[in-house]
Design a protein around this ligand. Structure first.
Ligand code: ARG
Length: 462
């Protein structure tokens, strides 16, 4: 039997089977089955309010839709040929359950254009709430770890060259704050996603005066989109989400890169838990940081989802075009990879071990060359000159095959007459970090202040 297409009225020729497969989106948009049914239930109520359906028709449609929902959630929904997308499939099934006489009224004044935009926004919104909670866990994991290990000092790097000592916690909090910014950006993006397009029709609006404010409220949207063309074809929120998720992953990737370096034998500063590492099939000694490498690698994939969609979106004429069906797969892919990435990142951070004696052994006096220059600054010498003097101390130590802290007072005095015995107090890593007391610095008091800012913020989240 030839299946009846939802839009088949004006067509006499058959669709090429390859075109049929090319056109369908059911294989992935079925993910939004629940959002689609929620949207239809709200819409039926709105139709009854303007007397397009009776109370009993409304009730039978709602009951039927609930059965369709139940079939999806129990895995018994059967996709049939001709179920082009989730909207078509659900409506077809509703007709089978309650009869097409009543089911046929569901789509009055509605279009798949406002319907798919509605489903997508509901689905994305709900997923964003989950992702938000994973991001919060990650921030709190980093903050807790920073608090617990505040006494560990490590070399800080610039250009990946040893620069100045910092607290390990300071390093962790760098990421906590970046992820906090991501969280706040998500809150802004969320409001733009959570706006209702339902009742915009195909493009020009709804001819039956359905109450769009009612529809929005029923579906938990916080606002109503004010222009029907925007309602059906705006996908800025998709672009925004794809950019946002790429940026989050860039933070994940940079953290991963740091941890991969720190876990190498050459550094030996951290050890990943076995649960997040794998072995080599040929080299028995290997313990590879696969979790971190995958996190770094997936960043490219999420960026690809963004750039691919941007190309699809550019140059579209006003209102709905089928190109827009290409919005779903990149978003679904980014959502699922971001969800797992954030959870894995939290677990890796929570379970890695830092080797505090290695950290200690990594601290060499060259990291204090700036502090040596600062010593003379405190005695009134201009920094430009003290920088030079300290540089010469580094050179002198290099020539003598020793550390700057091993130079004698006599040797220091050949560089500048203001050196005194207290110069040796400079060569103390604790003093060095404790000197960085201005807001944002790596002294204990500053790091504790950062921790308490983050903890207060975390506690304020609902
Ligand atoms: N499956 C379509 C999508 O995801 C639904 C909208 C179809 N609208 C249309 N006029 N063909 O975009």
């Amino acid at each position: 039997m030839e299946t009846k297409k939802l839009w088949g009225g004006r067509f006499t020729g058959k669709t090429d089977p390859l075109m049929e497969a090319f056109n369908e989106s059911i294989n992935y948009d079925k993910t939004m089955y629940s959002a689609d049914i929620q949207g239809s239930i709200a819409y039926v109520k709105a139709l009854q309010m303007v007397n397009i359906v009776t109370v009993s028709e409304r009730d039978s449609m709602i009951k039927g839709l609930q059965q369709v929902l139940q079939e999806w959630s129990s895995g018994t929904f059967e996709i049939k040929p001709g179920d082009e997308d989730i909207h078509t499939a659900n409506e077809r099934r509703l007709g089978e359950i309650i009869g097409s006489e009543i089911a046929g009224k569901l789509h009055t004044g509605r279009s798949r254009n406002d319907q798919s935009a509605t489903d997508f926004r509901i689905y994305l919104r709900d997923q964003l709430l989950l992702i938000k909670s994973y991001l919060k866990t990650l921030i709190s994991t980093l903050t807790q770890r920073a608090n617990a290990e505040i006494d560990i000092i490590i070399p800080g790097y610039t250009h990946l060259q040893r620069a100045q000592p910092i607290r390990w916690s300071h390093f962790l909090l760098n990421y906590a704050f970046l992820f906090q910014n991501d969280y706040n950006r998500l809150l802004e993006l969320f409001d733009r996603v959570n706006s209702s397009p339902l009742g915009c029709g195909a493009l020009a609006g709804n001819p039956f005066n359905v109450d769009r404010e009612f529809l929005a409220k029923e579906l938990g949207f916080s606002s109503v989109i004010q222009n029907s063309l925007v309602g059906v074809s705006d996908r800025d929120y998709v672009a925004e989400f794809l950019f946002w998720s790429s940026l989050v992953m860039i933070h994940v990737s940079r953290l991963s890169e740091d941890l991969i370096i720190y876990s190498s034998a050459e550094f030996g500063l951290i050890k990943l838990a076995d649960a997040y590492s794998t072995g080599s099939s040929i080299m028995p000694q290997k313990k590879n940081p696969d979790s971190l490498e995958l996190l770094r690698g997936k960043t490219g994939r999420l960026f690809g989802n963004m750039s691919g969609f941007m190309m699809t979106y550019k140059g579209l004429p006003t209102a709905y075009n089928k190109d827009l069906q290409e919005d779903k797969e990149p978003v679904f892919d980014s959502l699922s990879n971001l969800s797992s990435s954030l959870q894995i990142t939290s677990s890796v951070v929570a379970t890695l071990e830092i080797n505090s004696s290695v950290a200690k052994s990594m601290l060499t006096a060259d990291l204090l060359a700036t502090d040596l220059a600062d010593y003379l600054v405190r005695k009134g010498v201009p920094f430009r000159e003290t920088h030079h003097v300290s540089g010469r101390a580094v050179q002198l130590a290099e020539n003598n095959n020793c550390q700057i802290s091993d130079l004698s007072l006599e040797q220091f005095l050949t560089l500048n007459p203001l050196f005194e015995n207290d110069v040796f107090d400079v060569f103390n890593f604790e003093n060095c970090v404790e000197n960085r007391k201005s807001t944002g610095g790596t002294s204990k008091q500053c790091v504790l202040a950062q921790i308490s800012i983050l903890n207060d913020w975390l506690a304020s989240l609902n």
